[in-house]
Ligand binder design. Sequence first.
Ligand code: GTQ
Ligand code: FE2
Length: 318
Amino acid sequence: MGQVNEAGFATAGSMERLYELLQETGMGPGWNKPEPSLYPLPKKNFVPAHWKYALAKPALDAAGLYVDTEQAERRNLILFNPAASDRYATARTMIAAYQMVMADETARSHRHSPNAMRLVVDARPGAYTVVEGKKIPMVPGDVLLTPNGCWHGHQNESDASAYWIDFLDAPLVHLLGPMFFEQHPGGLERAVEVDERSPMRFALTDVQRRLDSTTDAQPGRRELRIGPPFLDTMAVYVSRLEAGCNFAAERATANSIFAVIEGHGQSVVDGQEFEWRRGDVFVVPSWHRHSGKAAERSHVLRVTDEPVLKHFNWLRHE
Ligand code: GTQ
Ligand code: FE2
């Protein structure tokens, strides 16, 4: 194969030769790709999956024996989607992770461009997340927001390990590129004040009270959006499902990660069945159908990239 120049193309002689020449130019024939780049419906590259707290908790306890928070920035277990090739994302734009901080332990402060939020699963009084220099109590069922750019660390002054679930839009940041991460110069940011009423904290007791005066979206199911403030990339909802309630959602272009605040039930996601309990996580990736039934009165958190899709006019339900 000779040097590619104008004359080379002029005298290519055949389509095959044209392809050979093109290979050396950094250009490719858009009409001859193995797969079209535009297609009629969303591809379902991520698959439904379920992670059990009954397994995550002992896994974190074991990790506690071997890795401390000096070594590990965070003692977290990332819930990677079984179908994702990058072994990182839970859904295309978001990760969920279980995290644990032991009694008397801290996780140093940092800040980053991904947005983050947490759902507390098990914690005793004295467990805090430190956001922008204030201690925010971590009480089971609480939702705690860490918008991008906020300093945050964790501090456990209780007598027991604290467990929670993190949600970040880091895979979206990977996709778009603007990743920035910075360690706090002081390790764990110094914090004295305990801010029970932080705008970043949505206590389960308050969420419950607001749900009490919300009307049903479907018989036996009501939903509340958490906020303000809102994260730009992830919307957070809490659903209350009464015992025996059947629910069904349209499939959507948005991804949803669910975490069970309390209760027990069953979900079917594109034919796959998940029996969920308190502390479990499951993912309903873009364009998958979801229905299910609550076995008992349940509260379920949903974290979704809906705001991103909505912003670009890509949010569709069917
Ligand atoms: O607690 O700051 O699961 O930065 C992943 C990245 C938790 C956190 C994760 C993080 C954090
Ligand atoms: Fe972080």
